[in-house]
Write a protein that binds this ligand. Structure first.
Ligand code: ASP
Length: 346
């Protein structure tokens, strides 16, 4: 019997609070390079892993994240896919759920762990949450099942005491260590004295043994429109007639309901008639769009609006960017928006 080899993990450092340092003059936090981060976690050496890393040219605050950065992350993962057992992406928390959702669509047939983590306090601070998050993320990326296959075969967010499915996650707190939630799907693992995986919840692709199929093209001709009582006709019509716009994620009330003002129904009907893809998701953190429950929702469905079921805003936006980016026809995009591609909808 050969000796078991050490897990090989690739860390991809994009920036975020985890690696930031205080600027002595302005007192504002600024992204710092990877060596600063490693110097502050000497415990990493205690893990018996082969850890390599890649750093973005210049680490960024995740509010500056752009689909071109998602492409860079996907490229690093694709180029190193066979060499490593798992990947840990260090990322700011602000747009982490968007990146996690986007990567889940861009990395089709993923069968290795891509664990995204970060922290609320910089890793150099005494009370930082970054050290624990980083070490746990590495352990999860290295975890194997009893057959020696990766325990996690999807994009997930590790934060504080939980591992969440990436495309089900949302940032819920600007200052708590427990900063993420997944309101329509259970945790993939609980972190306590040990790491307890919720095996029934982990993604297992129905297509096994297919090679990783990485996609780079995200079409950003999309917008998110939040309804509120009193929303003005000129605003809605202006947004819906934006030149080049291809899809609108419409965040509606409750179970997918919208005002029944005549102008609103007409504006939506006109937009759909002109080929715009309109996706209905709920503003409620928990639950799903049930378009046939109320007439206010039925009107939308009858206008050709696509029900987004229980998609998060982050997943709905990045899913439609991905489908449009694949060059699919309008009807195909509408069809796939309602299909579960990688665990993003129930
Ligand atoms: N502004 C930071 C970022 O998202 C916040 C964080 O990392 O927690 O990059």
């Amino acid at each position: 019997m050969g000796e078991e080899r050490r897990p090989r993990i690739l860390m991809i450092y994009t920036g975020g609070t985890i690696g930031m340092k205080e600027n002595p003059e302005t007192k504002a936090l600024e992204p710092f390079d990877f060596n600063h981060l490693l110097d502050n976690v000497p415990k990493l050496k205690m893990l018996d892993y082969d850890i390599s890393h890649r750093q973005f040219g210049h680490p960024i605050d995740s509010s500056d994240m752009h689909p071109c950065h998602w492409e860079q992350i996907v490229k690093v993962i694709e180029e190193n896919y066979h060499e490593f057992d798992g990947f840990v992406v260090l990322h700011g928390t602000d747009t982490m759920a968007y990146t996690a959702s986007a990567l889940s669509f861009m990395l089709q047939h993923l069968s290795k762990p891509v664990i995204i983590t970060g922290s609320q306090l910089p890793i150099g601070e005494v009370r930082t949450d970054g050290e624990e998050n980083l070490i746990t993320a590495l352990q999860i990326a290295a975890a194997k099942d009893k057959d020696g296959r990766p325990m996690v075969r999807e994009v997930a967010i590790l934060f504080e005491n939980y591992l969440w499915r990436g495309n089900r996650s949302t940032k819920k707190s600007a200052d708590n260590f427990d900063a993420f939630s997944s309101n329509n799907y259970p945790e993939l693992a609980k972190i306590g004295l040990g790491i307890t995986f919720n095996k029934e919840a982990l993604w297992r692709s129905p297509v096994t043994d297919s090679p990783l199929d990485a996609h780079y093209n995200m079409d950003t001709n999309v917008v998110c429109l939040d309804l509120f009582p009193g929303i003005q006709e000129n605003v809605v019509r202006h947004i819906l007639s934006t030149p080049g716009l291809k899809a609108v994620v419409l965040r509606t009330f409750g179970a997918g309901n919208a005002p029944r003002d005549r102008w609103f129904s007409e504006a939506i009907r006109d937009a759909v008639g002109k080929g715009l893809i309109v996706i209905n998701i709920t503003q409620c953190p928990n639950g799903e769009v049930a378009p046939y429950r109320y007439t206010t929702g039925l009107d939308l469905a009858q206008s050709g609006v696509v029900p987004g079921h229980d998609l998060t805003t982050e997943a709905a936006l990045t899913k439609v960017m991905y489908l449009l980016g694949r060059g699919l026809k309008t009807e195909e995009v509408k069809h796939y928006m309602q299909c579960n591609l990688c665990g993003e909808m129930s």
